[in-house]
Write a protein that binds this ligand. Sequence first.
Ligand SMILES: Cc1cc2nc3c(=O)[nH]c(=O)nc-3n(C[C@H](O)[C@H](O)[C@H](O)COP(=O)(O)OP(=O)(O)OC[C@H]3O[C@@H](n4cnc5c(N)ncnc54)[C@H](O)[C@@H]3O)c2cc1C
Length: 260
Amino acid sequence: MKVVVCVKQVPDTKGGVKFNPDGTLDRAAMLTIMNPDDKAGLEAALRLKDQYGAEVTVVTMGLPKAEEVLREALAMGADKGILVTDRVLGGADTWATSQTLAGAIRNLEYDLIITGRQAIDGDTAQVGPQISEHLGIPVISYAQNIKIEGDSVIVERQYDDRYHVLKAKMPCLITALAELNEPRYMTPGGIFDAYKAEITTWGRADLKDVEDSNLGLKGSPTQIARASDKVRKGKGEKVSLDASESVEYIMNKLKEKHVI
Ligand SMILES: Cc1cc2nc3c(=O)[nH]c(=O)nc-3n(C[C@H](O)[C@H](O)[C@H](O)COP(=O)(O)OP(=O)(O)OC[C@H]3O[C@@H](n4cnc5c(N)ncnc54)[C@H](O)[C@@H]3O)c2cc1C
């Protein structure tokens, strides 16, 4: 069984968020981590490796620095790391990102593709389902439990106050929630091996069946027009009224602000 896991290197927001003058994230200037949902997806893949002897390949698209998340994945137990990096891929929105990742994955054999539900920086939760669409395979999103039965996968999909149990024939794509499991730590031996391991690096020329018009900033149907910090909360106000007047006062305020 072959599993491909898409892992994104994201800014660790604890270290503060920095923007370029054009409104895009200044990724090079921020501390980075493996996206939490992706780490759970990777852990799920590694459990399939422990249970069924699956081969786990980790793919990331990003700056050359994104190689760090691949080495982290290898130190956790993944078998192969593929970095997709090229100047022409920069500034991609979710459409161009998913086209790029699908173009890379077309070179690989896979039974299962696992992505995170969403990345904590872009936060769109679009890339996983879009990859499945480009590859023409089913998608099950919001996985909180994954089981394999013969040539099918059975997934509990989180849904508001309940979950759905869905079964799909492989190959298929699953988007994983951080709640799926508790990811394992890297092992010391794994860290040494991961430092020495060879990472495969692919550029534009290695992407299969993708048009130039679907890649990078130029191939992105959406563009960031403006980025700004959150609006700070007001100072608040203190009023002294009796109980029923207070209720009326608060209700009027909520109506004024169209909250109710
Ligand atoms: C309108 C718009 C314009 C943008 N323009 C820019 C820009 O100019 N410059 C810029 O730097 N960013 C830009 N971004 C952000 C960038 O497009 C997103 O980071 C990227 O498309 C992935 O989307 P996401 O982070 O929302 O991922 P999600 O859809 O939330 O991610 C879901 C899952 O897909 C996988 N995944 C996502 N991205 C990758 C990746 N790169 N490698 C491997 N796996 C991945 C992961 O498993 C992840 O958990 C833009 C975003 C939008 C919405």
